[in-house]
Design a binder for this molecule. Sequence first.
Ligand code: SF4
Length: 376
Amino acid sequence: MNNGTHQQLDTDLQQALLRWYDENRRDLPWRRERDPYRIWVSEIMLQQTRVDTVIPYYERFLARFPDAATLAAAADDDVLTAWAGLGYYRRARQLHAGVREVVARYGGAVPSEPDELARLPGIGPYTAGAIASIAFNRPVPAVDGNVMRVLSRLFRLRDDVRQASARRRFEEVAASLVPVDRPGDFNQALMELGALICIPGRPRCAGCPVQSHCEAYAAGEQTELPVRSRPPAPQEHELACAIIEADGRLFVERRPPDGLLASLWQFPTVELRPGETPAAAVVRRLAAAFGWAVEPSQQSVRHTHTFTHRRWRLVGIGCRLPTADGVEAADIAASSDDAPAHRWVTAAELAALPLAGPHRRIWEQWQARADETAKS
Ligand code: SF4
């Protein structure tokens, strides 16, 4: 096939996809926007989270932080609290850091160059491409998992989508397709096709606007693509956390500023040693960290949480503080430190705190159990 024929096929494919997008696209709040800050917020929220879940968070977040300057000036905990429930808090922290950099370095104007965007915290090639093409009409690709699935089928590409080298190949293919006149719409059309028609598992080929261009469909291989190697099994971790209530308040600590669930709050938590019981582990942790001799109760709740590379089996244990320790604990609560590492909070304050997801599940179970006990 000569170059001219190739170009004609690509143009036919672009046109078919854009026509379908114009007629079928969902009316989503961020699609009414060209403001790069708002597009940025939507793209970060949409990573690993469903559209229906994102919509109310997106609207609330922008009502609270309507522009880059407002978000840049916000306190870390306010941003994390507004993000609470969306999970993957690292995204919120990086968005916050990125927006602060935009204010400090670019006077609050989000840069339009993909390379400059990609240097900001939390912005990878996909998000840079999405912002540059949608907000600034730059003819650059935006390749995420959805788009890789569509391209792997359209062009029968057998590269393992878990490999970085595959992403580069898909970006090259996508770059050769993005039209100069409607790059943002084209990128969104590919994503929309992946979300509505060319879905994981069994794609809906009968209703596909680019079926006549699809090499996997022609070969009957659409359910075999994309190729994705098996992820390694997550590492297992046994942990225990202490639910300490005293004078109607609960004791929580802040996680370290780096790493998993960074800076979020949690009940004091410890990883079990081999052969150790959860109760013994929390006694050990609280003695070592605070010098408290707590009395663990018989009551416990369990929650298993799987992260990308690890799985937590977390047990929450009710613990009582002897009176003298309670006084010492109250002193910690009275600390005037702006960013305390520990706090005593009421249940209402806990609900408003950016609490780590696994600990929130533990707390929900703990409350459900208390409600049942009160009824019986
Ligand atoms: Fe995907 Fe099927 Fe369309 Fe090919 S024909 S792009 S496999 S939905």
